[in-house]
Write a protein that binds this ligand. Structure first.
Ligand code: ATP
Ligand code: MG
Length: 495
């Protein structure tokens, strides 16, 4: 059915292809250089088991490369990629089976199946990344050049056991990913943000900037975004703490979610914004759209990088400024990283209550100084005190997320900004997380404890929204549980 498909002869089977083209669906077979000599038959016939999903042997990669090259020499992959996925997979499966027969490779049925799946993934999808992309338990995929890939599972980073044929194949896959959102990555523009079709967030940084080959980072998209109730189930927040957060979201407190990288900020932003009322007009601004708001009236905006000529960039600041002309009720900024901090504070200060944003900082206090320095570095010549006053009147609550050393993610503090004393911003904790120690399984044991001030300042807002009693009950419950459970937890501590 494909013009190029001919009788498969062992002689032509391992035809070489240019490294850059290998594995790319746009490969035009006619551009292949002359075939190098076929690999030594010994390597093909005396095949040892080729390993499970996490451990493909060197021999496996050699065999795969030789079959892949034969396949490229046999069919027009560009046409193949244009087929329906299922039909293309079937076709590739048939041809690979033929190649295996012609080359007299000895493979078990399951090995052959695995090989076919891998080759299909190379031709039609994202190659070695496919099995990782298919796994729901992976939070991040981090590819550091062709030979090394790490994944984050359950809060811990581990080796993925996959590798790419070479950096050229990896670069091709990166190219394929970013071209789907109309971007490109190459030596001239080696940094690129993109998104997979399933919504996963992607960053590529290519040589010469990344020294050991392209570096690809994927934050896997969770189809079912974690809700506050899931965070309770994971122990990230206690049930009473979750009620307090729910009230913070519902009564339109202005919130900054602070935390280290991968600490769960976006997840928290998503779950907090879920408590916005259905009749509110919400505008979200993100670098790569990750939020999944369920409300009916949401406008989603995304920044745009400059084009090759360096023109056409739309920054986060542009978006946030524009938002203000869109009659928003709440503005949600995925990640505050620069001068848009000023515009977000302006929005918070001008009646867009319930606005939220995340930023990278390790403590609530650091979050405040980060905002201050982002504004200062943005070229606003305002005295430090004025900026702090602005922060105090804009931000109601800072929620701090953290990934603890055992891999668990916790909400470690909910702080209210209550005012200024002289030049200093004063905050008080509504709740915090106390790490008690480590249990016999090496897991950290801790408990959410109430803040010293008792009733939070946003009680006023809660009352206004008819949630005063609910807040008072939650605070009481937080106290009760802390007193009751702490001694039991302390009994579990081994060090
Ligand atoms: N409390 C939690 N328990 C378990 N997993 C969580 C928790 N919070 C978030 N996650 C998972 O951790 C990963 C990172 O979360 P998220 O994207 O929210 O982090 P982030 O702080 O926004 O990261 P970044 O700094 O890269 O933007 C996601 O896969 C998310 O589903
Ligand atoms: Mg994030």
């Amino acid at each position: 059915m494909f013009g190029k498909r001919t009788d498969i002869k062992p002689k032509s089977a391992p035809a070489g292809v240019s490294d850059t083209a290998a594995g790319d669906r746009d490969v035009a077979v006619k551009t292949s250089p002359p075939a190098p000599p076929p690999p030594a038959p010994a390597a093909e016939t005396n095949m040892e088991p080729i390993g499970g999903d996490n451990a493909r042997s060197e021999q496996y990669y050699q065999i795969k490369t030789s079959i892949f090259n034969a396949l490229i020499d046999t069919v027009d992959l560009a046409q193949m990629a244009a087929l329906e996925t299922e039909a293309a997979r079937e076709e590739i499966g048939d041809i690979v089976t033929e190649i295996i027969a012609v080359k007299s490779l000895v493979l078990s049925v399951s090995e052959q199946q695995r090989l076919i799946t891998d080759i299909c993934n190379d031709v039609l999808g994202y190659g070695p990344l496919e099995p990782l992309l298919a796994r729901d338990d992976i939070a991040d995929i981090m590819v550091n050049g062709a030979a090394q890939t790490f994944i984050e599972v359950g809060g811990k980073i581990e080796k993925a056991g996959i590798k790419f044929r070479d950096n050229a194949q990896l670069m091709n896959i990166c190219q394929r990913i970013v071209s789907q959102v109309g971007r490109r990555v190459d030596e001239a523009s080696p940094i690129c943000d993109a998104r997979l079709a399933d919504g996963s967030r992607v960053n590529v940084i290519a040589p010469p900037l990344s020294i050991d080959g392209p570096s690809l980072t994927i934050r896997k998209f969770k189809k079912d975004k974690l809700k506050l109730s899931d965070l309770v189930n994971f122990g990230a927040i206690s049930p009473a703490g979750a009620t307090i957060l729910e009230i913070i979201g519902a009564v339109r407190c202005n919130v900054i979610i602070s935390g280290g990288t991968g600490s769960g900020k976006t997840t928290l932003l998503n779950s907090l914004s879920a408590f916005a009322a259905n009749d509110e007009r919400i505008i979200t601004c993100e670098d790569t759209a990750e939020l999944q708001l369920q409300q009916p009236h949401v406008v989603r905006l995304e920044t745009r990088p400059p084009n090759l000529e360096g023109a056409g960039e739309i920054t986060m600041r542009d978006l946030v400024k524009n938002c203000l002309r869109m009659r928003p009720e709440r503005i949600i900024v995925g990640e505050v990283r620069g001068p848009e901090a000023f515009d977000l504070l302006q929005a918070m200060n001008t009646g867009h209550d319930g606005s939220m944003g995340t930023l990278h900082a390790n403590t609530p206090r650091e979050a405040i100084s980060r905002i201050e320095s982002m504004i200062t570095m943005g070229g606003f010549s305002l005295p430090a005190k004025t900026i702090r006053e602005m922060i105090v009147s804009a931000v109601d609550v800072v929620v701090q997320a953290q990934r603890l050393r055992d891999g668990s993610r916790r909400i470690i503090s909910v702080s209210e900004i209550i005012g200024m004393e002289g030049d200093v911003v004063i905050s008080q904790e509504a709740l915090s997380y106390e790490v008690l120690g480590e249990n016999a399984n090496g897991k950290l044991v801790g408990i959410h404890k109430p803040g010293e001030a008792g009733i939070p300042k946003f009680m006023e807002k809660a009352r206004y929204y008819g949630l005063g009693d609910k807040l008072a009950e939650a605070v009481e419950q937080l106290n009760e549980v802390y007193e009751r459970e702490k001694p039991k937890l302390l009994a579990q501590i081994v060090r």
